[in-house]
Design a protein around this ligand. Structure first.
Ligand SMILES: C[S@@+](CC[C@H](N)C(=O)[O-])C[C@H]1O[C@@H](n2cnc3c(N)ncnc32)[C@H](O)[C@@H]1O
Length: 238
C-alpha cells in the first residue's frame, strides 16, 4: 500500500488516533518565531491540525495534501484553499511559488518525501520563514529493533545535515534544529500493533510478516511506543 493509500484509507480515524501528531502541531505553532503570519502555506496539511490552531487573523491559507480523503476533512473558509498536490512533484512547487505567502509550515508530513533534499531546496527557493516538524528514525526504534527491521524514515542526523545543506545555505536566514522524543503508552502489545495499523503511521509499509509480528508480541520490552520528531525553524540572522 502506498503512503497516499494508507492516509486515504485511515483518514476518517486520523483525528482520534493521532495524539502525538496533535502535540507536534501545537508545538510547531507555539514555536513559530515570526508571530502571526498572514499568508500561510501548509505542506501535508491533512485534516487541518495546523489551520485549526491558528487563533489570529489571516488573509490566506493554502493547505496541500495528496490525499483527497484527508483534504475532505479540512475546514473550509473563504480564505482557505485545499489543494490536491504531491510534494514529491517539483511542478507543485513551481505553481506554489507563483502565489504570495509569508510563511511555510509543515507538520508530521515531510518524512514521507521521496527526495527530502529536493523538497528542502524547493522550500528554500521561496525565501520565506518556515517551521517544519518531521518524524525521524528514533520513531518506533525499539519496535523496529525487536522485529529486526530498519526504519523507513530519515534519521535525525540526515535531517540535520540536509537542513543545513539545503535549507540553511540557500536562504538568507539561519535555522534551528531540535529533536524531541515522545512516548505513547498501551495496555499491551496487541493494542500497540492495532494502533500502528489503524493510524496510518506506518506510511504504507506492510510492516511485518507473521513471524516478525509473533516475535514482537513475545519480545517487545516496553509498554509504550517511541516517537522522535525533528523541529526545523528558520530565524532571522539580523
Ligand atoms: C501524519 S499526517 C499530518 C497531517 C497534518 N499536517 C497534521 O499535523 O495533523 C501526514 C499528511 O501528509 C500527507 N502526505 C504524505 N505524503 C505526501 C506527499 N508526498 N504530498 C502531499 N501530502 C503528503 C498525508 O496524506 C497526510 O495527510
Amino acid at each position: 500500500m502506498s503512503v497516499n493509500q494508507e492516509f486515504s484509507k485511515h483518514a476518517h480515524k486520523y483525528q482520534q488516533l493521532n495524539q502525538i501528531q496533535a502535540e507536534v502541531a501545537k508545538k510547531l505553532i507555539a514555536s513559530m518565531p515570526i508571530c502571526k503570519p498572514k499568508k500561510i502555506l501548509d505542506l501535508g496539511c491533512g485534516s487541518g491540525a495546523i489551520y485549526k490552531l491558528i487563533d489570529w487573523e489571516i488573509e490566506k491559507f493554502v493547505g496541500v495534501d495528496f490525499s483527497s480523503n484527508m483534504l475532505s476533512l479540512h475546514p473550509e473558509a473563504q480564505n482557505v484553499t485545499c489543494k490536491l498536490g504531491d510534494f514529491n512533484d517539483a511542478k507543485l512547487f513551481e505553481e506554489l511559488r507563483e502565489e504570495e505567502f509569508d510563511y511555510i509550515i509543515s507538520a508530521s508530513a515531510l518524512q514521507w518525501a521521496a527526495d527530502l533534499d529536493r523538497v528542502f531546496s524547493d522550500i528554500a527557493k521561496f525565501d520565506l520563514p518556515f517551521s517544519l516538524a518531521i518524524f525521524s528514525s528514533g520513531t518506533f526504534a525499539t519496535l523496529n529493533k525487536t522485529a529486526g527491521v530498519d526504519s523507513i524514515i530519515p534519521s535525525y542526523e540526515t535531517l540535520k545535515e540536509l537542513a543545513e545543506k539545503s535549507l540553511h545555505a540557500k536562504c538568507l536566514i539561519g535555522i534551528s534544529v531540535e529533536k524531541i522524543s515522545y512516548t505513547l503508552e498501551f495496555e499491551n502489545t496487541r493494542e500497540m500493533l492495532r494502533y500502528i495499523k489503524r493510524s496510518g503511521v506506518s506510511g504504507g509499509r506492510n510492516l511485518l510478516t507473521y513471524k516478525q509480528t509473533k516475535k514482537l508480541m513475545d519480545e517487545y520490552p516496553l509498554n509504550y511506543l517511541e516517537f522522535e520528531v525533528v523541529y526545523i525553524n528558520s530565524f532571522s540572522k539580523a
